[in-house]
Design a protein around this ligand. Structure first.
Ligand SMILES: [Fe+2]
Ligand SMILES: [Fe+2]
Length: 258
């Protein structure tokens, strides 16, 4: 199975980068499934039907969320309805979103889950205990990819080790900064601490850089404006063995589009 996963697609610039690069990346990697983290899709804050629909139309099969998934109050009904939006499983069950989604293509099946970290993040249940509970309940043997949406590198690394032998991939998201530590762990889990951000990298994690620098200099709050400079694709390509379900390859993708 061949899987392409895009790191946090940030605002209009991120959507533009994705639309520009997707045809070429499809040709190059021939993915069976395409997944993207979409918590920042609408101007950096949450997602809307208007911004997500074209992403699905371009061939993205499912999107994952994160702490920003519910930032748009007017999108909550849409998130509740659209089963291809995978919410963090360790948030309250009443919060909109689907906690587990299975992608199918012919004989191939891939389960998608998302969990948020607890360190330097809004409060949520333990991602480790939530995963343990899910795996105890889930007996269908489908290979599972986890988007681990977390700030702390140690929490993410620990999750990689915990998930090795249980999941086919642990893809870190949330920091918007790509890490160069992609590897296949000993028991066949593809791992990267953070896949990075798809969007404007001439920025501070997506926002115009002078706004954030000024904030650090003056502490005066200012309205955030998304950057549109330095478009980059940050993604990973993962290949798994169709017989065993374990990962055999992970390739880190970082492409400048300007
Ligand atoms: Fe994000
Ligand atoms: Fe986040």
């Amino acid at each position: 199975m061949r899987i392409l996963f895009f790191g946090d697609v940030f605002g209009k610039a991120g959507r533009q980068a994705l639309f520009t690069a997707l045809p070429g990346l499809k040709q190059e990697f021939k993915p069976d499934f395409i997944i993207a983290n979409a918590e920042n899709l609408a101007d950096g804050k949450g997602l809307t039907e208007k911004t997500l629909h074209p992403i699905f139309n371009e061939g993205v099969d499912a999107v994952t969320g994160g702490n920003h998934l519910w930032d748009r109050a007017d999108s909550l009904d849409y998130i509740r309805r659209e089963i291809r939006i995978v919410k963090p499983m360790n948030y309250p069950p009443t919060i909109p979103g689907n906690p587990y989604h299975v992608l199918e293509k012919g004989e191939l099946k891939l389960g998608i889950i998302c969990l948020c970290g607890q360190t330097y993040m809004p409060s949520c249940d333990s991602p480790f205990l939530t995963l343990e509970h899910f795996l105890t309940e889930q007996h269908d043997g489908i290979p599972i990819l986890l988007d681990f949406h977390a700030e702390s590198t140690s929490e993410k690394r620990a999750m990689g080790w915990y998930a090795d032998g249980k999941l086919c991939a642990v893809i870190g998201t949330h920091t918007h900064i790509q890490t160069a530590d992609e590897e296949i762990l000993p028991l066949g889990c593809a791992y990267v601490t953070d896949v990075g951000m798809t969007g404007a990298h001439d920025s501070v994690i997506g926002i115009k850089k002078n706004i954030i620098v000024d904030k650090f200099l003056t502490s005066i709050p200012n309205r955030y404006v998304a950057s549109d400079l330095g478009l980059q694709i940050n993604a990973v390509f993962i290949e798994t063995d169709d017989e065993t379900g374990i990962a055999t390859d992970i390739t880190r993708i970082k492409r400048d589009l300007q």
